[in-house]
Design a binder for this molecule. Structure first.
Ligand SMILES: [Zn+2]
Length: 114
């Protein structure tokens, strides 16, 4: 269990670091990040347009990192609650190999492939 906790914490730090490169953590909401919106007022229109473009590119990345972070946090909570490593669907134990590859896994490999 300690092994997976360590993996999860490391993963969480990695994701948070990646997110912090282009997003601000929302201090009011736990685990919510916002992409820094381009400063449209500053600079010319051309510059603003390219910043908006950049923003629309980073948004899906931010979203997927945020989802990953949520899964990692949920897995850490399951460790605290003692329910970690059980498939949310069939309640069977998730294999150790699978958890090593994907420590935040919620489903066993059988249920994932259904
Ligand atoms: Zn299952």
């Amino acid at each position: 269990m300690e092994e997976f906790k360590k993996l999860l914490i490391e993963k969480k730090q990695r994701i948070e670091q990646e997110l912090s490169q282009f997003a601000n953590k929302d201090p009011k909401l736990k685990n919510d990040w916002d992409s820094r919106y381009p400063r449209v007022q500053e600079g010319g229109l051309e510059e603003a347009a390219s910043e908006v473009e950049q923003y629309s590119e980073t948004l899906p990345v931010e979203h997927s990192l945020e989802l990953q972070l949520q899964d990692v946090n949920a897995a850490l909570e399951r460790i605290e609650q003692g329910t970690y490593g059980k498939c949310e669907n069939c309640k069977k134990e998730i294999s150790k190999e699978r958890l090593q590859a994907l420590p935040e896994a919620k489903l066993c490999s059988e249920c994932t492939n259904k």
